[in-house]
Write a protein that binds this ligand. Structure first.
Ligand code: ADQ
Length: 459
């Protein structure tokens, strides 16, 4: 049987504290059968990059990691991946901070990954590369003679050609991606944008199966929405009812409704707009004054990118404005925290919440939306207020779908959620839960890998 080789920017080792709590490790748990190899950056920076991968085994899996040099880190990771590709692929061209030197660093690290992976490869390995940091790695492997099946999955959105071409050298990236045998996206919209970009950059039209052939190499595409282990997460949420943190939160609410937001502190997540919308709720619907608290948990991330520091300051200010305007001596409307909260604890918080605000300005999928649905008590569920610009909105149509740029509309949706009759809440939740149980982390892995393994390759 062919071995699975997963490649991602970061490898979360099971020995790292909390590393398996979320992210790719959980999503790929199903696919990583004993014997599989996980390859990527260790998260460490040294004076120079590793000249070979450090290989360890744990629980039947092999982990191969390399350190990056400080300059690789700045150019590949901070510079091009997070300063150019992340804003671009989230449609934020105004935030693009392109530097030719960073771009060259990006190509060099993708080449470095390929150089360090090649010695570890066996002829029948199936290679699955993840995400925007590694757009050119499939091509780097091909240039080193690798003939194995290569799949690539993009966790974040893909933009239409008019947006893509804002990035100098975008065509190079699209052509490099086409070196994979299978390229996967979260939504139909993302795939369509990619195929239009292929037409624009490579002058190749897709066929009826959404694949295309260029210079004798065929590239197929797949829409594979990522999901969660819905039943497992539901169990976690039920168990969390007995936790001390859950009890403390209940006590602190003194019977008030809880609205919750859980995000990485990132400008794509629409947090300033969400705070404005909450302010509008209190302004336009004063019947909710003193009756609701919004708990926003925002995990700090990418703090060495300037843009993230200014976002933090903006949120501190807005939170202060709202609480300054509306707080009472025994009521704080907005509880905003940037401390890390354990995922199991958050599961219990979701179950208590009457509303979840998942209002990104753009998001590949957004697993928080799915986690919130899985965590609910089906007999008395909370309501999901979901941005139309989250990938999850393509599936989760029974949520209250909003435009996150329209603070009044989001405020009205929150109001609708707060006054929604039980019967309607139950019906919406039941429909959503069916979907969250259908496209799970396991089905995501299964669908992608089944499709990849079915591809004929001429090795
Ligand atoms: P992210 O942008 O990180 O991921 P998301 O899917 O919302 O976004 O969250 C991933 C995980 O992190 C979830 O399990 C969530 O519970 C957890 N998480 C988020 N904020 C947290 C917080 N404050 N504290 C603790 N845990 C938190 C990228 C893409 C997404 C895509 C995923 C998976 O940007 O669009 O859904 O990959 O493909």
């Amino acid at each position: 049987m062919s071995r699975l080789v997963v490649v991602s920017n970061r490898v979360s080792m099971p020995t790292e504290r909390g590393a398996r709590a979320g992210g790719l490790a959980v999503a790929l748990a199903e696919a990583m059968t004993p014997g599989s190899l996980w390859f990527g950056w260790s998260g460490k920076r040294g004076a120079t990059a590793s000249d070979q991968a450090a290989v360890t085994t744990h629980g039947g899996l092999t982990y191969a990691t390399l350190d990056l040099s400080e300059s690789d880190y700045r150019r590949f990771y901070v510079g091009f991946s997070n300063g150019s590709l992340w804003p671009l692929l989230h449609y934020r061209t105004g935030l693009l901070d392109f530097k030719r030197d960073d771009y060259e660093g990006y190509l060099a690290v993708n080449d470095l990954f390929a150089d360090r992976l090649v010695p570890l490869l066996r002829p029948d390995d199936t290679i699955w590369i993840h995400d925007y940091q590694l757009l050119t790695m499939a091509d780097a492997l091909r240039r080193r003679g690798v003939k194995n099946r290569i799949g690539f999955f993009l966790h974040i959105p893909f933009v239409p050609p008019a947006v893509l071409h804002v990035l100098p050298s975008a065509a190079v990236l699209v052509r490099a991606l086409a070196a994979a045998d299978l390229v996967g996206f979260q939504t139909h919209g993302d795939r369509m944008n990619f195929l239009e970009s292929v037409a624009s950059c490579m002058d190749v039209r897709p066929d009826a199966n959404h694949g295309f052939t260029h210079n004798g190499h065929r590239t197929e595409t797949i829409v594979a929405p990522i999901g969660i282990d819905a039943d497992g997460f539901a169990r976690t949420a039920r168990r969390a009812a007995g936790m001390a943190e859950t009890k403390r939160l209940i006590e602190s609410l003194v019977g008030r409704a809880l609205a919750i937001g859980v995000d990485r502190l990132d400008y794509t997540k629409g947090l300033p707009q969400r705070f404005d919308a909450f302010g509008q709720l209190l302004h336009r619907h004063p019947e909710h004054l003193r009756r609701i608290s919004l708990l926003q948990i925002a995990a700090r991330s990418r703090e060495d990118v300037d843009r993230y520091q200014s976002l933090r300051r903006e949120l501190d200010r807005k939170a202060g404005d709202i609480n300054g305007a509306y707080s009472d001596f025994d009521w704080t409307p907005l509880r905003y925290m940037t401390r890390t909260v354990n995922r199991n604890t958050i599961a219990g918080f979701y179950r208590l919440a009457r509303i979840a605000l998942v209002t990104p300005l753009r998001d590949g999928m957004n697993l928080v939306a799915k986690e919130f649905i899985a965590a609910q008590n089906a007999n008395d569920p909370g309501v999901l207020v979901l941005s139309r610009f989250a990938g999850a909105a393509e599936e989760l149509t029974e949520a209250l779908i909003v435009n996150p740029y329209d603070a009044d509309a989001v405020a009205d949706a929150m109001h609708a959620a707060l006054v929604m009759p039980l019967e309607e809440r139950v019906a919406r939740h039941a429909a959503l839960l069916t979907k969250v149980q259908r496209t799970t982390a396991a089905s995501f892995c299964r669908d992608f890998l089944a499709r990849l393994k079915a591809i004929e390759i001429n090795a």
